[in-house]
Design a protein around this ligand. Structure first.
Ligand SMILES: Nc1ncnc2c1ncn2[C@@H]1O[C@H](COP(=O)(O)OP(=O)(O)OP(=O)(O)O)[C@@H](O)[C@H]1O
Ligand SMILES: [Mg+2]
Length: 212
């Protein structure tokens, strides 16, 4: 084992989504690392698409982590450092004893408390302050044309910043799966896609509120 290989095999995962398992970075608690589950490996995702698509698109197209890294770079170029207020910085890939993993900032409050995902916040009480935070995130997605393939409530995490303001951040699902990534070249195409993503998000949020 090399010195730089992250030791995750004996660590307990902090979170699990449909596609990835998240661990605290063993050497830096301000970071989270994400490992792709076998069912969401690029090869597995490609197997589930139609044959003509498989021939047409490179394997990279099915790589969730790579998509996120590239989308973050595009947004940083387009928006500048303000992007960090709404999307935790994505730092790239590193090797671990469980395979390659994506490194991103761990959303925590200024007091160090881990962030709370939107479905959990709704169960605890979704008040006017939380709604305002979500509204700021929606505005950001719409104004900056954030391409979002999965703008859904579990991908929105809240934390209180040093000024005491509750911030809602999109931790996953940015970047899209279009064959031609028009959103990267044209802000109006990007904004059109963002409007679709926000409409879907609003429907999912409304359902969650009804189920509460
Ligand atoms: N940077 C982060 N800071 C804090 N919590 C996070 C962060 N990234 C992810 N999480 C938490 O971990 C959960 C799973 O992570 P993530 O959404 O990246 O996995 P996924 O498998 O890609 O998700 P999906 O099921 O949406 O495809 C999130 O729903 C969120 O609660
Ligand atoms: Mg997710």
């Amino acid at each position: 084992m090399t010195a730089s290989l992250l030791a995750l095999a004996s660590a307990t995962p902090l979170y699990e989504g449909n596609n990835r398992v998240c661990y605290l970075h063993p050497r830096d608690p301000s970071l989270l690392v994400k490992i792709i589950k076998p069912s969401a490996e690029p090869h597995a995702l490609r197997r589930r698409t139609r044959k003509f698509q498989r021939r047409l698109l490179p394997l990279r197209h099915y790589d969730i982590q790579d998509r996120e890294i590239r989308a973050y770079r595009v947004l940083l170029r387009r928006v500048g450092p303000e992007v960090e207020t709404f999307i935790p910085p994505v730092h790239g890939m590193v090797q671990s004893d469980l395979g390659p993993c994506l490194v991103t900032d761990f959303v925590r409050g200024a007091d160090g408390a881990p962030g709370i995902a939107l479905p959990d916040l709704i169960r605890q009480g979704y008040d006017a302050e939380a709604m305002e935070s979500v509204e700021r995130l929606r505005r950001f997605v719409l104004d900056k044309g954030v391409a979002a393939c999965d703008f859904s409530p579990p991908n929105v995490v809240f934390a209180r910043n040093a000024a005491g303001m509750l911030e809602a951040k999109l931790v996953d699902g940015f970047g899209n799966t279009d064959y031609i990534p028009g959103w990267q070249w044209s802000l109006s195409i990007a904004r059109r896609g963002a409007r679709r993503a926000v409409r879907k998000f609003d429907r999912k949020l409304a359902l969650l509120m009804e189920e509460r």
